[in-house]
Design a protein around this ligand. Structure first.
Ligand SMILES: NC(=O)c1ccc[n+]([C@@H]2O[C@H](COP(=O)([O-])OP(=O)(O)OC[C@H]3O[C@@H](n4cnc5c(N)ncnc54)[C@H](O)[C@@H]3O)[C@@H](O)[C@H]2O)c1
Length: 447
């Protein structure tokens, strides 16, 4: 435990809950069975807890109960064993079952409004359901990424309006999820987990997370833990913006940004590798820094790095389209009437998640300039973000040859880049996905 986080004596109801947590008889509810909630529910069931998932999607509830995984990081066989074999995991849409839970973990979405301000409607809706059913002795943990103050300023008053007190009658904590979809090395279990709460709430929450996670990092409050998470994602957004800006400068100076970054990355200290690309996507990096930006305004504080990083990262699709146009005009063509094959629309390598993917904005801009865009993505059979509705085409030699330009937007590892490089008339690679294709590559231009 860190020096600044002191253990405090636990009350009698906390001691009872601690007992149940330690002998794993505590019943665990996980609200929101998405990319975060389902892997979490599986981890808890694997160590022997009886887990009940709650989701407002009847489809997802049915899939979990049938042992069918819809999340890449959850293996179907594992889910089936837990649900149908060992009977440790079930799902429901019946909110009244919340009252039966000893621990409730909330993993619902935290999007932005159209004006880039926090949209807490999902957290508020779940908290309202909980407030109707909360009982003494329950631990409630928020995992959704949000601004510092959400647990204390939004959830706590709604829950305490019942007359029960946080830290005395029930326990309230924030513990940010750090899942990295598609990461084969770090899963929920071996990724260090930050837990923030005060007093008895912290003791109970730490005990709960320690059951299934190898290393738990306590911090002194839910606000501190909320800040940890938004800082982590802001750190990524800012560093990605820095290399994106470098990519645009290198383009102007006729330097290969990948060569520069690879060489810089060989310094054994004081540097960390980030890579440029067509923009940032997913449910985290493009959104979370704006949560902090919004909260900072309450303190009359401008988060200038966040604003600048957002501006640069949001400009990248425009830059990619401009570079595509330059390549086409070198061959006497324009965007209008050209056929462009986009390779990859998921927001990052080897995942099936297209949310906020920069590919959407790139395709939209290309179509606005009258290009015909088709795509191939082995993970995303249908792409219906950003008002688009496209279906993935099979990646054949004929399809590649037919395109005036092949545009790599996501570097999925299962694509046959050697074939694509060989057959493409021209290829703009925004991810350096073709780096491992040996030999000369006259058709390839890097971002
Ligand atoms: N996806 C990631 O890689 C990732 C990583 C770290 C943190 N997070 C954070 O975790 C949170 C959840 O993200 P996600 O990617 O798992 O979202 P998701 O969209 O994959 O899943 C959310 C689930 O919540 C359900 N839901 C929505 N409202 C509900 C309600 N009122 N009651 C019950 N269920 C409800 C949805 O049906 C869905 O199944 C977000 O705050 C996100 O920022 C996500």
């Amino acid at each position: 435990m860190s020096a600044s986080v002191q253990a405090s004596p636990v009350s009698v109801p906390a001691a009872a809950l601690l007992e149940k947590i330690k002998d794993r008889t505590a019943r665990v509810g996980v609200v929101g069975l998405g990319y975060v909630g389902l892997p979490f529910a599986v981890e808890k069931a694997k160590v022997g807890f009886q887990v009940l998932g709650f989701d407002r999607s009847a489809l997802r509830v049915g899939q979990v109960n049938a042992g069918e995984s819809y999340i890449g990081d959850v293996r179907g066989q594992e889910l089936r064993t837990l649900v149908l074999g060992r009977g440790l995991l079930r799902a429901t849409g019946d909110w009244d079952r919340l009252a039966d839970m000893d621990v409730v973990v909330i993993c619902v979405p935290t999007p932005l409004t159209r004006n880039l301000t926090p949209d807490l409607q999902y957290i508020e809706a779940v908290t309202a359901e909980l407030a109707l059913r909360i009982r003494p002795g329950q631990l409630i943990c928020l995992e959704s990424t949000t601004y510092p103050g959400t647990t204390d300023e939004v959830m706590r008053p709604l829950l305490e309006a019942t007359g029960l007190r946080a830290g005395v009658d029930f326990y309230l904590a924030f513990s940010p999820e750090r899942v990295d979809p598609g990461n084969q090395r770090y899963s929920t279990r071996n990724t260090n987990k930050v837990v923030g709460a005060e007093g008895a709430s912290r003791e109970v929450a730490l005990a709960f997370y320690r059951q299934a996670i190898l290393h738990v990092v306590p911090v002194s409050s839910s606000r501190a833990a909320e800040m940890v998470k938004v800082f982590e994602n802001t750190f990524r957004a800012v560093n990605i913006a820095l290399v994106n800006e470098l990519a645009m400068l290198c383009d102007r100076m006729d330097l290969d940004v990948w060569e520069v970054l690879d060489a810089a990355g060989t310094k054994p200290f004081g540097i960390m590798s980030f890579y440029p690309g067509p923009g940032v996507g997913g449910h985290c990096i493009p959104l979370d820094p704006h949560y902090l930006e919004w909260k900072a305004r309450e303190f009359n504080f401008n988060t200038r790095f966040i604003a600048l990083a957002g501006e640069i990262n949001r400009h990248m699709p425009e830059f990619v389209v401009e570079k595509a146009l330059r390549l086409l005009s070198d061959r006497g063509r324009g965007l209008q009437g050209s056929r462009i094959l986009a390779l990859g629309v998921a927001y990052k390598q080897d995942v099936d998640d297209p949310r906020e993917s920069p590919a959407g904005e790139v395709i939209r801009l290309l179509e606005a300039r009258r290009a015909t865009v088709v795509y191939h993505d082995p993970f995303v059979p249908r792409f219906s973000e950003f008002g688009l509705d496209l279906q993935s085409l099979p990646l054949t030699e004929a399809e590649v040859r037919q395109a005036d330009l092949v545009l790599v937007l996501t570097d999925h590892s299962t694509v046959d880049y050697a074939m694509v490089v060989r057959e493409a008339v021209q290829l703009l690679d925004t991810r350096n996905a073709t780096r491992r294709v040996p030999g000369p590559k006259p058709s390839v231009v890097l971002l």
